[in-house]
Design a protein around this ligand. Sequence first.
Ligand SMILES: Nc1ncnc2c1ncn2[C@@H]1O[C@H](COP(=O)(O)OP(=O)(O)OP(=O)(O)O)[C@@H](O)[C@H]1O
Ligand SMILES: [Mg+2]
Length: 268
Amino acid sequence: MKIVSITSGKGGVGKTSLVCNMALGLSQLGKKVLIFDGDLGMANVDIFFGVHPKNNLQDLVDGMPLKECLTSAAHNVDLLAGGNGLYSLCHLNAFQRREVISRLSDMNFAYDYLLIDTSPGLHDHVLHLNSVADDCCVILTPDPSSFTDSYALIKVLYQKYKTQKFSVICNQVGNEKLGEQLFLRFAEVVQQFLPVRLSYKRSIPFDSQLKLSNQLQRLILRQDPKSISSVAVKAICMDLVSQQQLTPSISNGVNGLDSLFRPVSGHA
Ligand SMILES: Nc1ncnc2c1ncn2[C@@H]1O[C@H](COP(=O)(O)OP(=O)(O)OP(=O)(O)O)[C@@H](O)[C@H]1O
Ligand SMILES: [Mg+2]
């Protein structure tokens, strides 16, 4: 089971939309997916799928067997719901957090992917969830505060957990080319100051159809599989399955990617 965390420094960048649609996309490729709604206390993956979990993370923490805490969200997609409005869940201690991850890891042979939707920001539980992922995927948008908040998240993850490998998806961009350019600008800044390695997955264009689908509590991959965002999400799923890490081939005056991918010794 490959663990992929979908995370961000800034809120509202599209993490939950991506996690839900990716889960659907991976299931369409024949994969079994477990989603952990790690937006603790403010969880909403169940709403995106239109399901009503009987049990959630709180029950797991209280000792219920994991299998009984899961909700079937779609064909080959199960969900460990995070519980909404549960204050205690935002304050799990380190032991409880480790226990949750250990119980999820026990499902190693039952699922191909564990997708973790995190809260935005630098909370301890966000950092911990990202630190256990095989693929810590940061969602970046063209918003300047997304740029600085993503930098902050990567810096703190490196400082606290020595995480050195990150992947980046640029969301809500004008087109793929602009997404690549956004990634290059970001990677240049990050790798100038931090000894980490960033890989570019892909971009997802701004898609008013996706926004509309979300408002109707429908997943864009179901609602409009040919929409520009559906096509991008399906490509991300195919890359993931084929273990491909794409590197953009453009050189737009920011030194080229080779130098960006070289480890650097400076620290911010
Ligand atoms: N590619 C896109 N095109 C257009 N709108 C998008 C796109 N991706 C996400 N959105 C919109 O952005 C808003 C935030 O999306 P979402 O809830 O998935 O973000 P989030 O990162 O999970 O937020 P939070 O940090 O609050 O958990 C929603 O209105 C969603 O429809
Ligand atoms: Mg969310």
